[in-house]
Design a protein around this ligand. Structure first.
Ligand code: TPP
Length: 193
């Protein structure tokens, strides 16, 4: 069964408290913003293939906080090797959720490799992730949300979603400003040092 991306993201970000969220470029960035913009969001405007490594850096720098990367299958496929590095580092507070519509939706719905059999949870497991799931039901999401918010160990989840396009809900556009906004929220006065 294919799920609705906005409903999935809204559920994962419910009662998020100190959760830090990195979103891959395009629709995932619009999704997290639709759920509510906050300084604890870091939506990427470019750097395709960079979301998981930004998440890894953040998780290592902020080990007390849960960190969630939400990205697309196209973005994830572009940086598959990052999964091996992340599994080797194994931060307990990091989760990677791929919203898999089997398309490069943002650029015109071209099919990605997940439409042709590439199995992202299997790839994550092969890279060393102990928890890597394929989610097909909304009813599985509250448990995933609790595990992510509760820093219940490194995990990967792929969620098959419909390829529907939604109205864009754009976050602030300046990447340097977004980075500074999160640093101030995390470090207070030390952000200016
Ligand atoms: C290096 C690079 N290559 C290509 C693009 C163009 N581009 C932007 S978004 C995108 C598709 C993203 O697809 P996916 O991550 O699956 O997200 P979806 O839009 O399907 O949710 C592409 C190809 C880019 N921005 N940067």
């Amino acid at each position: 069964m294919k799920l609705d991306r906005r409903e999935v993201v809204k559920e994962l970000l419910t009662e998020r408290r100190d959760l830090l969220v990195v979103a891959g470029l395009g629709a995932c960035a619009w999704d997290i913003t639709a759920a509510g913009d906050t300084p604890l969001n870091f939506p990427l405007w470019g750097a395709m293939g960079g979301a998981t490594m930004v998440g890894l850096g953040l998780a290592l720098a902020q080990p007390k906080r849960p960190v969630l990367v939400i990205t697309g299958d196209g973005e994830m496929l572009m940086s598959m090797s990052s999964l091996a590095t992340i599994a080797a580092q194994r931060p307990e507070n990091l989760a990677i959720v791929v919203l898999d519509n089997e398309q490069y939706g943002e650029t015109g719905h071209q099919a990605t490799h997940t439409a042709m059999g590439a199995d992202l949870p299997a790839i994550a497991r092969g890279c060393g992730f102990r928890k890597a799931s394929a989610i097909t039901k909304m009813s599985a999401l509250p448990a995933l949300r609790r595990a992510i918010h509760g820093k219940d160990g490194l995990q990967f989840a792929s969620i098959k979603i419909t390829p529907a396009d939604y109205p864009k809900v754009l976050p602030p556009r300046d990447g340097a400003w977004l980075k500074h906004r999160m640093r101030v929220a995390l470090l207070g006065e030390r952000a200016h040092e």
